[in-house]
Design a protein around this ligand. Structure first.
Ligand code: DQA
Length: 144
């Protein structure tokens, strides 16, 4: 079983990008941690990862529909991108939206979320460990 993890714009810079907000953990570290966490499942899934700054690349990847569940940090797309929202709405697998920071308690523009209504679950403000929490949520979700 494949779990797809997508990280949107600027998330390739984790570790060096505003560390006071996003921490010092790099995206590479997060993917390693996700893969090792996935190995604790009774039937370990394969974790596939894409980081892209391109809406078009993200939509094309989602359209492949070759995954059992999705974890996505849409970055700034969260706040305005209806094209990503539509691509997510077209899926029929569980989707967890992850935000490292507490988006609801930051600037006004970050409190707008055009994605939330079309995802299964949202995790925000748990730092990079929110990704592991997303995997835990999916383990329960896919077992039921
Ligand atoms: C983010 C929050 C977004 O507002 C921001 O544009 C990001 C990262 C987060 O993980 O906290 O790029 O999604």
């Amino acid at each position: 079983m494949d779990i797809l993890v997508i990280n949107g714009p600027n998330l390739g810079m984790l570790g060096v990008r505003e560390p006071e907000i996003y921490g010092h953990t790099t995206l590479g570290d997060i993917v390693v941690a996700l893969r090792s966490h996935a190995r604790t499942w009774q039937q370990p899934p394969t974790v596939r990862h894409l980081q892209t700054d391109s809406v078009s690349r993200c939509i094309a990847r989602l359209a492949q529909r070759d995954f059992a569940a999705l974890i996505i940090n849409p970055g700034a797309w969260t706040h305005y991108c209806y094209a990503i929202r539509d691509a997510l709405a077209a899926l029929d697998v569980p989707i967890v939206e992850v935000h490292i920071s507490k988006v609801d308690q930051r600037e006004a523009f970050r409190q707008i979320n055009v994605i939330r209504e079309v995802v299964t679950h949202t995790i925000s403000g748990q730092g990079w460990r929110g990704y592991l929490e997303a995997l835990d949520f999916l383990e329960t979700q896919l077992a039921s």
